[in-house]
Ligand binder design. Structure first.
Ligand code: IMP
Length: 424
């Protein structure tokens, strides 16, 4: 059976958690393949909001198995907090949660290194979530990392010590003011490692192979967004993993020939948290309205998200890189009340009109070219049928479908599971 992918097409925070939750009833297995606790996947149902960072968004469904794949980086401390929250809500995760032995562990010193690296960059900082993501992936590719499977070895604490000592000298090298009490951090870390060890560790690529062979349905859940991809994103203002479709192959051990549908999730406008170029960013009342109505604050850090109009140049690029087969548009409800909507359809790039996403999108090189649309005033949040949608919104959707040449099959009109309109 093919593995379907669900990916964010912008700079993250598109609403992937909600859609995975909506789609989970169709799948036997939900698998995370990259990123770590820098992600914040928000799910709303039965009047409650749930935020997941490392654990796949299928965890609230009794029948789904949830796999944390080899491409993910796990902070045991944050993982334990997520488990504690699930326990408070009587979610029986022990039978439905699996962790790959090949996933890498975020150490307390990885977090400190992240902070030291960012502090040393001054104004050029990435705007990292400071969860230790970059330093952990650096140790992975540098072949120094500690993996989940290592926790089963008798000498893992010696390996931990050697790596943590090395990190401490690297922190000194940065020569920035970072205050920390490593003994305290380690106490919390080792307690959390014991909890992590109570979860079932597996050889996940074999598990995935057998699951596909036996006809299980599998959804791979991406984190962050395509424009934060380490190769294809707005480097260096990106995260440290492949957030695009190829990342699902390396992050789960799935062959490219086994990929089925690729669901691309995007917001009806654009947001970005952290530093980096953002051609359609708004600094006016429209941006402030999107931020306020859309409650645009990071689910992991609480930082305000930058807001702007939809950028079709960037979205088309993300669709191409991922091979998107179906689009899902989130937060259409946030655009109710705008007299005029704008969509960027091309860039003026150093005097040339271009429609492809260039190497450099810094503001001095790129000026967005907009097409305008008439807005609508109807409140969408109580709508459940496609024929209830205002004609202006339908015109907006149909324009996007035509430009991107991909059908929009879901329109989300609010954070709750139920506020989801299916278009065939
Ligand atoms: P890091 O992955 O925490 O190092 O952050 C690198 C960049 O990616 C920063 O600009 C972050 O704000 C951004 N980022 C990381 N994870 C997310 C996410 O889940 N949603 C949105 N932005 C993210």
């Amino acid at each position: 059976m093919a593995v379907d992918l669900l990916l964010g097409l912008q700079w993250g925070d598109e609403g992937k958690g909600k859609i995975v939750d909506v789609l989970t009833s169709k799948y036997n297995i939900i698998a995370r393949f990259q990123g770590g606790p820098n992600a914040g996947h928000t799910l709303v149902f039965n009047g409650r909001k749930h935020v997941l960072h490392t654990i796949p968004s299928g965890i609230f469904h009794d029948d789904a198995t949830n796999l944390v794949g080899n491409g993910v980086v796990i902070d045991p401390v944050i993982f334990k907090k997520e488990l504690d929250k699930l326990e408070e809500q009587d979610v029986d995760y022990r039978k439905s949660l699996l962790v790959s032995r090949k996933a890498h562990i975020i150490l307390p010193t990885h977090r400190l290194l992240d902070a030291a690296s960012e502090a040393s960059k001054g104004k050029a900082k990435i705007g990292s979530t400071l969860k230790g993501i970059g330093p952990t992936y650096m140790d992975k590719t540098g072949r120094n990392g500690i993996r989940v499977g290592d926790l089963e070895l008798s000498d893992w604490k010696e390996r931990y010590r050697a790596l943590a000592d090395k990190h401490e000298s690297m922190i000194d090298f940065y020569d920035v003011d970072i205050e920390y009490d490593l003994a305290e951090l380690e106490k919390e870390f080792f307690e959390a490692v014991d909890v992590l060890k109570s979860i079932k560790f597996i050889d996940s690529e074999e598990y995935m192979y057998q699951a596909q062979k036996s006809g299980k349905t599998i959804l791979a859940e991406g984190a962050q967004g395509s424009l934060l991809d380490i190769d294809f994103g707005t480097y260096p203002y990106v995260t440290s993993s492949n957030t695009t479709a190829a990342g699902a192959c390396t992050g789960l051990g799935v062959s490219p020939s086994q990929i089925g549908d690729v669901f691309g999730i995007f917001k009806a406008y654009t947001t970005r948290v952290g530093s980096g170029p953002f051609p359609t960013e708004l600094f006016d009342e429209d941006g402030a309205t999107m931020s306020r109505v859309g409650n645009e604050f990071g689910a992991t850090t609480g930082r305000p998200r930058r807001c702007g109009w939809l950028d079709l140049v960037a979205l088309r690029y993300a669709c191409q890189v991922n091979g998107v087969t179906q689009l899902m548009m989130m937060k259409g409800d946030v655009l109710s009340g705008f007299k005029t909507l704008k969509v960027c359809t091309a860039y003026n790039y150093k005097g040339d009109i271009i429609k492809h996403f260039p190497y450099n999108i810094d503001p001095e090189n790129v000026e967005p070219i907009f097409t305008e649309f008439k807005g609508w005033n109807e409140d969408l949040t109580a709508m459940s049928e496609v024929n209830q949608l205002p004609k202006e919104l339908n015109a907006y959707i149909e324009f996007l479908e035509k430009e991107l040449e991909i059908p929009i099959t879901i329109v989300s009109v609010g954070p709750d599971r139920k506020q989801t309109i299916f278009r065939s």
